[in-house]
Ligand binder design. Structure first.
Ligand code: PGA
Length: 254
């Protein structure tokens, strides 16, 4: 597939897999995906498996991501993990502001932008998630929600930091539901986000930023979604937990 930007496909394992299970999956993925050069491949295991997975992906084409991090660098923040701790495991990416964290941990755009700044300061690339709920879509609020989330979550980042940020458009109603956005819905939202980046930054910045689609991505819909002009990859939940489905999503996207 001839794309303007290199595809980046990341597996968000969420709260799944013990260290032993994570190691099994990564060993299988390494074998299955050893020859893939066309796509940036990222796995985001739970914190507890980062150490083990980090050793296994060394010298492979699989990069490591975390699912969250603190906006602080150290201190009295019980239960939190700082960017410097992720760096120890060669973590290159961190998912920020996933809709599950926006919903259950009440993460705000302002907090997400602080985390994004802290990630960049540690040379970890944030994958910043945005997306509307079903009620918001039905009320015709999709663009308004995306506008607020993109502006708020990226506030304070420099042009260079924006270029190294990945945005994941994940309509909340498509996450874990088996309901994927149609190609037209996905392309419209991605194009809207890219135009907003052009307004907020420059045309060059907007052209360089990679925007992933997330929400029930599977082997059967990956090709069509990844072929859309403004879709530059995928953030995959459920289907990233098995070698067959994650591997096929990647192979079908090339
Ligand atoms: P899903 O999750 O692929 O299971 O819908 C996507 C996500 O939450 O990142």
């Amino acid at each position: 597939m001839n794309k303007e930007r290199k595809l980046i496909i990341a597996g968000n394992w969420k709260m799944n897999k013990t260290t032993a299970e994570a190691a099994d999956l990564v060993r299988d993925l390494k074998l299955d995906l050893a020859n893939i050069k066309e796509v940036d491949i990222v796995v985001c295991p739970p914190f507890t498996a980062l150490g083990e997975v980090s050793k296994l992906v060394l010298a492979s084409n699989i990069r490591l991501g975390a699912q969250n991090m603190s906006e602080h660098n150290f201190g009295a923040y019980t239960g939190e993990i700082a960017a410097g701790m992720l760096k120890e495991f060669s973590v290159r990416y961190v998912i920020l502001g996933h809709s599950e964290r926006r919903q259950y941990q009440k993460e705000s755009d302002a907090l997400i932008s602080k985390k994004a700044l802290a990630a960049h300061a540690a040379s970890i690339r944030p994958i910043v998630c945005v997306g509307e709920t079903l009620a918001e879509r039905e009320a015709g609020q999709t663009e308004k929600v995306l506008d607020t989330q993109v502006r708020g979550s990226l506030a304070g980042l420099t042009k260079q930091q924006i270029e190294e940020t990945i945005i994941a458009y994940e309509p909340v109603w498509a996450i874990g539901t088996g309901k994927t956005a149609t190609s037209a819905q996905a392309q419209d939202a991605h194009k809207f986000i890219r135009q907003l980046l052009e307004t907020l930054f420059t045309k060059t910045v907007a052209r360089r930023v990679r925007i992933q689609y997330g929400g029930s991505v599977k082997p059967s819909n990956a090709r069509e979604l990844m072929a859309l002009p403004d879709v530059d990859g995928a953030l995959v939940g459920g289907a990233s937990l098995e070698v067959r489905s994650f591997g096929d999503i990647i192979k079908n996207s090339i």
